[in-house]
Design a protein around this ligand. Structure first.
Ligand SMILES: [Zn+2]
Ligand SMILES: [Zn+2]
Length: 277
């Protein structure tokens, strides 16, 4: 989810990173954590002493692990301080800020090597190690550049890669309507059993789109289902809050956790739903 601060394991004081205990960082997929462990990062670093980001899609699961593992984050920061001869001067950035400097990071890495790129754009390097989505963009750009260099593609622009392309134009679900649909379910919802309530089911641009609200043990999610399935992301905006999640192979995207009051309060912004590449 885009809004999650990939730095949520950290707090910052005068540019010094403090890492909280391992128990405080529980994001990331449990399945993936089973597959990739701290040992995999150690092995990866042994093979990649310049601490370059993995370029193989397989290793996105390593990024998932690092994103949720305070120990590995510590190892990476220690290693990079060792290579550069000084601790990284890190400022927290979100995905948008990473996108902005990603082309410059890639250019510097290409021209002067990874360590020079890390030195100039430490926030990009760190964000890529802790955000699967941005790491995936990075890998895609490198793959496309390689294809372009090999003459397999016409010249490409970064902007076209980084700007989300709408698949289904955004549509608005009015708060007064979805809250009314959800309210009769509250009695059931408080019962502790998972519930899922459909708040929208309609055709949009050749797709059938179903939007529902799911509640499991007090954790709230908006689930977007598109038929036929698409490769892309669901984006749900409620006022200033933006939630974004990829679709799975069945065309299902689950945006969570969403603060309950954003979904059930009768006062507030409408919900805007979009599907993007
Ligand atoms: Zn680890
Ligand atoms: Zn990101």
């Amino acid at each position: 989810m885009m809004l999650l601060d990939p730095f949520h394991n950290h707090f910052y004081t005068n540019g010094v990173v403090h890492i909280l205990g391992a128990g405080s960082s529980l994001s990331g997929s449990v399945n993936n954590m089973k597959k990739f462990s701290c040992r995999n990062l150690e092995a990866y670093i042994a093979d990649h002493p310049d601490l370059a980001l993995p370029q193989d899609v397989q290793y996105l699961r390593l990024i998932d692990h690092v994103a949720s593992c305070a120990r590995c984050q510590h190892v990476l920061l220690d290693q990079v301080a060792d290579r550069l001869g000084a601790p990284l001067d890190l400022q927290p950035v979100d995905c948008d800020a990473c996108d902005e400097d990603l082309p410059a990071y890639i250019d510097t890495e290409y021209d002067e090597g990874t360590l020079a790129a890390i030195k100039s754009y430490p926030h990009v390097w760190w964000h890529l190690w802790t955000c699967r989505e941005c790491a995936s963009s990075y890998q895609m750009i490198l793959a496309l550049q390689a294809a372009e260099a090999a003459g397999e593609l016409p010249p490409i622009t970064f902007a076209s890669l980084l700007t989300p392309q709408p698949i289904i134009p955004r549509f608005v679900l009015q708060r007064s309507v979805f809250v009314r649909t959800l309210v009769p379910q509250f009695g059931v919802m408080w019962g502790g059993k998972p519930t899922e309530t459909v708040i929208h089911d309609d055709d949009h641009a050749d797709f059938e789109v179903r939007v529902s609200v799911r509640q499991t043990a007090g954790r709230w999610a908006v689930v977007v289902l598109v038929d036929p399935p698409v490769v892309g992301h669901a984006v749900v905006t409620i006022g200033a809050h933006v939630f974004r999640a990829p679709f799975d192979a069945h065309g299902c995207a689950s945006l969570e956790p969403i603060p309950q009051e954003l979904l059930t309060s009768s006062v507030g912004a409408d919900m805007v739903v979009g599907v993007e590449r």
